[in-house]
Design a protein. Structure first.
Length: 147
């Protein structure tokens, strides 16, 4: 029969405790599949999904982080997680594309502009530029455009 007052064979030292805490914090930085833990997707996965939906590479990661936070605020993280697993949700896919092209937050309760001059609309409308954005040097507008 076991002794109910068993002593621990090795007491937890401060160094052991700090090592365990450090290891746990490193696990939070690893790329575990979002659906496996029900936590949605990370910024890198959202960025990859956005690039796939838009058909464009090199989207800004900082803007993707802001958009992902805004979609999280609207409660769409589980939907984004399933969309990244090739499930069709055209409304959500259109909302992601619209957020990238307009630069506006998809959260109707937060009217933040996530990207103004980086919004993709300016690439689609190459005949114009964002208001307040200089198109060239002083007097650039006086010369006709290059053909």
């Amino acid at each position: 029969m076991r002794n109910s007052k068993m002593k621990s064979s090795t007491p937890l030292s401060r160094r052991g405790f700090m090592s365990a805490v450090s290891a746990m914090s490193m696990l939070s930085l690893s790329q575990w599949p979002g659906q496996a833990f029900g936590q949605g997707v990370g910024v890198d996965a959202f960025l990859a999904l956005s690039e796939k939906l838009i058909g464009q590479d090199s989207l800004p990661q900082d803007i993707a982080g802001g958009m992902l936070s805004a979609f999280n605020a609207t409660g769409k993280m589980d939907n984004i997680s399933t969309l990244s697993a090739d499930t069709v949700d055209s409304d959500l896919a259109n909302a992601i594309v619209a957020a990238w092209y307009t630069g506006e937050s998809p959260d109707p309760d937060d009217l933040t502009v996530l990207a103004y001059d980086e919004a993709l609309i300016w690439q689609a409308m190459d005949f114009t530029k964002p208001m307040g954005f200089c198109g060239g040097g002083v007097g650039y507008w006086a010369d006709p455009p290059e053909a």
